[in-house]
Design a protein. Sequence first.
Length: 64
Amino acid sequence: MSRDDSGSFIPPYQELEILKTNPFASIDQAGVGQLMRIAVEKGNKTRPGIKLGICGEHGAIPTP
């Protein structure tokens, strides 16, 4: 998918319930969570006790 041409296919995909939300306007909580878990595990192996965080769109308030 490309953000550049998403306006041409996102609305019909949402109408057909192929997509529940616009993937360019929402966050995949499970996917981002899994990436954070990997980062924490690998970071702690390299530097035990490392302080990690998440910011920007990835750390946004989740949609109910």
